[in-house]
Design a protein around this ligand. Structure first.
Ligand code: BGC
Length: 251
């Protein structure tokens, strides 16, 4: 029998969800997507999540990935979502919208993606002391030691050269400043060099939509640590969220 879960990934522009085959990390059926409400307040977002689950006729456990620090199921930050998330008890919020009896896990989106990569993606993600990064609207990070997660690392907000790393080197920064891959890779090198200096990982695994184009920028990076493109890319957040709830992981 197939082991099936459901994951939701909440992003600045879209809220996406899919059934996930937990044995191989593949989606089952189409991914559902609804635009993120504006403003992206906790109740408005939770209502969209409820709508996706209704559409998909899923009443089982659900894992939810959010661009926020989640400690003991309370959101402690809100980058690219409404500031009213800060201090929100996400356990209480999502149970109110999705049903009191439903099993729900909420975790940081990059942490979810990192976990998915460990199980179903690039084998290097599961070995050694790895820093997994997602490049998108922000820079998300997951600290992985032999595939186990230390949650909420938030390396996108480390100050590098007087700026937040994600302001300098997210893929949104590349778009905003219309940087070539080569110019942008210089910025990424600067940020990775700082992570390298502080944490000495055995490897960086780089994900997010822009990892699809890894051949255009990874070869330009100038750091010593190996940089390995992730395999799962944008699918990872949903898959990792579904995995988290199935393993009762709720940071
Ligand atoms: C947020 C992180 C998130 C990352 C990727 C950052 O701005 O602070 O929590 O993981 O963006 O979405």
């Amino acid at each position: 029998m197939t082991n099936i879960g459901f994951g939701i990934d909440i992003g600045g522009s879209g809220i996406k969800g899919a059934r996930v085959n937990l044995d191989d990390g593949e989606f089952i059926g189409e991914r559902a997507k609804i635009a993120t409400p504006k403003p992206a307040t906790p109740d408005a977002v939770a209502e969209v999540v409820a709508e996706i689950l209704r559409q998909e006729e899923w009443d089982g456990p659900v894992g939810i990935a959010l661009p926020s620090v989640i400690r003991e199921q309370v959101a402690l930050s809100a980058a690219n979502i409404d500031p009213s998330w800060i201090g929100t008890n996400v356990h209480e919020l999502f149970h109110r919208h999705l049903g009191e009896d439903r099993e729900i896990s909420v975790l940081n989106d990059a942490d979810a993606a990192g976990l998915a990569e460990v199980s179903f993606g690039e084998p290097a993600a599961a070995q050694g002391a790895v820093i997994f990064l997602t490049f998108g609207t922000g820079i998300g990070s997951a600290f992985l030691t032999e595939g186990r997660l230390f949650p909420n690392s938030e390396l996108g907000h480390l100050i590098v050269d007087g700026e937040e790393a994600e302001w300098l080197a997210s893929s949104a920064a590349k778009d905003r400043e219309e940087l070539s891959f080569k110019k942008w890779a210089k910025r990424v090198s600067k940020v990775l060099a700082e992570y390298e200096r502080l944490f000495s990982p055995t490897a960086f695994v780089v994900g997010g939509g822009i990892s699809r184009d890894h051949e255009r920028w990874v070869p330009h990076l100038t750091i010593d640590t190996p940089v390995i493109p992730a395999e799962l890319r944008n699918r990872a957040g949903i898959v990792g969220a579904a995995m988290a709830v199935s393993t009762h992981l709720a940071p």
